[in-house]
Design a protein around this ligand. Structure first.
Ligand SMILES: O=C[C@H](O)[C@H](O)[C@H](O)COP(=O)(O)O
Length: 247
């Protein structure tokens, strides 16, 4: 059976990201349906070319998938620092700021991306937005006192005039969804996010909030996949950026 059009787009972006991989690299592997393509293709290429790669996964799911694909998976502390992380996103804007965490892996994804020389996002065109905020913003919170933390998050959103219709505890069937790090997630339906930096700072300052799905100034490049199998590479013009860092 052939792939549906959105899978063709995701696969195209993932395949293009493979060109950035070199023998001996330490790689961060993202989570989600687009990152899954990258892990599969990476495993195939590593086998075919006998590449020596060291991988750090951003979730248990990805770790299992990478191991099944024959990739060497170690902890971030064992790897120390990474050359490149390739991950998906729920939204990206023209400044390559992101919303992530639709799959619940935002905390480990942010830690891994921050510990990488480069973070490359692979995404189909549906993730491209002018302004972040249509996708509900995931906020990871500790389970202790979660209702109080949720209420303070809601107040903060009201104060910043970005509160939308609903803030909900993410569920997994009848139970709260629990992240790989043992936390809960609240999904915040917002109006358009104006100042993403300020919003992230205000939310991160709330005791009980572990991390938000706002990835600001972390992503270096977005590879957009299209349904006809083509790709487009988006980067921020930055004179400080050393063009040779990317191959
Ligand atoms: O927690 C999940 C991650 O942030 C994913 O990268 C994000 O949700 C995008 O996933 P997908 O590629 O399945 O749309």
């Amino acid at each position: 059976m052939g792939l549906d059009r959105s899978e063709i787009a995701k696969r195209a972006a993932a395949k293009a990201a493979l060109d950035l991989v070199r023998d001996g690299m330490r790689l961060g592997l993202g989570t989600g349906s687009t990152a899954k393509w990258f892990v599969d293709l990476l495993g195939e290429r590593a086998r075919a070319e006998g590449l020596d790669l060291t991988c750090v996964a951003t979730s248990l799911r990805t770790a299992r998938q990478a191991e099944s694909a024959g990739l060497k998976v170690v902890t971030l502390d064992e790897a120390g620092w990474l050359d490149l992380t390739v991950d998906g996103a729920d939204e990206f804007d023209p400044d390559l700021n992101l919303i992530k965490g639709g799959g619940g892996a935002l905390l480990q994804e942010k830690i891994v991306a921050t510990a990488s020389d480069r973070m490359v996002v692979i995404a189909d065109q549906s993730k491209q937005v002018e302004h972040l905020g249509a996708f509900p913003l995931p906020v990871e919170i500790v389970t202790f006192g979660w209702e109080t933390t949720k209420a303070i998050v809601e107040e903060t959103l009201e104060d910043m005039d970005v509160a939308g219709t609903l803030t909900t505890l993410r569920m997994d069937g009848d139970e709260p969804f629990v992240t790989d790090c043992g936390n809960f997630i609240i999904d915040c339906r917002l109006k358009r996010i104006g100042d993403a930096d300020e919003l992230a700072a205000q939310l991160n300052a709330i005791p009980g909030v572990v991390e938000t799905g706002l990835f600001i100034d972390i992503c270096d490049r977005v590879i957009v996949g299209y349904e006809d199998g083509g790709v487009e590479v988006l980067e921020i013009d930055d004179e400080e950026e050393d063009e040779d860092d990317f191959v």
